[in-house]
Design a protein around this ligand. Structure first.
Ligand SMILES: C[S@@+](CC[C@H](N)C(=O)[O-])C[C@H]1O[C@@H](n2cnc3c(N)ncnc32)[C@H](O)[C@@H]1O
Length: 294
């Protein structure tokens, strides 16, 4: 009887206590902070997992996840049901214009001794942001004799697999200039394929931004894009992630966030970079390798 006590007419119900336990677990493991308004959305989205695992309640489901390793496929299921993967090519075009016109020339100067440009798109979803950055770098013509690497990471295995395929439906191009679509994609029956010369610049990996060891394996970066990811994080995860970005950036390297995100009340370790159409953050040239945000 107890086993089915939290089953409503439409299946298992997420009680306020179970919601609190699940919310805390997601914040701890994924960084994501769900507000009280998310209770019914989580119930709706995760109900199928409680049923698929043949569990009697959300409390059991929460226990199951708590004891599962990070690599357990059940965590992949939960991540895909609970995260927002919305993205498209050339999203936030004003920022990308500033990046191409002002940030890339600065990075060309910064990295000219190394002849190596390294950009990280953290939380890249299905890869559109990564390929957009690679296209901008190639079109700038300033890195032709450089070794260029654009690295995209996301916690979602499914998203990373889609990014590696590099094949997109028409909806992914809603903000893409027609000449870019013509020059950098090939239409085939299954969708638009990213051309090989752009694919060759890009690499993808699955990574939880809260996993300090994995993040350390990302090499040093000249620029980091982390757009529309930290808005979903709680304050502690946001601070941790930003500190790690600071550590990964070369001095003079640039951090670009989404339009509604800022480092206000997070850290003072970056300089504010006033671009013509946007704001970005720069690790000071004199900064040491580690974070100075404490
Ligand atoms: C809304 S998408 C943003 C995609 C792209 N950056 C953009 O702005 O178009 C947010 C992405 O963050 C990823 N994400 C959420 N929590 C994460 C975590 N702890 N570590 C890494 N990625 C995470 C999600 O899987 C999702 O693909």
């Amino acid at each position: 009887v107890t086993r089915f006590s939290s089953l409503g007419r439409d299946g298992p119900r997420l009680s306020p206590d179970d919601f609190a336990a699940l919310r805390d677990l997601f914040t701890e493991r994924l960084g994501i902070a769900f507000g009280a308004e998310s209770r019914f959305a989580l119930e709706r989205r995760l109900r199928e997992r409680v049923v698929a695992l043949n569990l009697g309640s959300f409390a059991e489901y929460c226990d199951f996840l708590r004891h599962a390793r990070a690599a357990d496929p059940e965590w992949d299921e939960a991540v895909d049901l609970c995260t927002t993967n919305e993205t498209y090519f050339f999203r936030e075009d004003y920022q990308l214009r500033s990046f191409a016109a002002e940030v890339l020339p600065a990075l060309a100067l910064l990295s000219k001794g190394r002849k190596r440009l390294s950009i990280w798109s953290a939380g890249c979803s299905t890869g559109e942001e990564v390929f957009t950055i690679a296209i901008l770098v190639q079109r700038s013509g300033q890195f032709d004799d450089f070794d260029v690497r654009v690295f995209g990471s996301d916690i979602s295995k499914r998203c990373v697999a889609a990014a590696r395929r590099g094949v997109y439906p028409p909806a992914a191009f809603r903000a893409t200039p027609p000449d870019v679509k013509r020059d950098f994609f090939v239409e085939k029956p299954d969708g638009f394929h990213v051309v090989e010369r752009i694919r060759a610049m890009c690499q993808f990996g699955q990574m939880n931004l809260l996993d300090a060891e994995r993040v350390r394996l990302v090499g040093r970066a000249d620029a980091i894009f982390c757009r529309n990811v930290l808005i979903y994080f709680g304050p502690q995860a946001r601070k941790q992630t930003i500190d790690r970005f600071h550590e990964r950036l070369y001095p003079g390297g640039v951090l670009l966030l989404g339009h509604s995100e800022s480092l206000l009340n997070v850290t003072t370790a970056f300089e504010l970079l006033h671009l013509k159409e946007d704001l970005a953050y720069r690790k000071p040239l004199g900064a040491s390798r580690g974070s100075r945000s404490e």
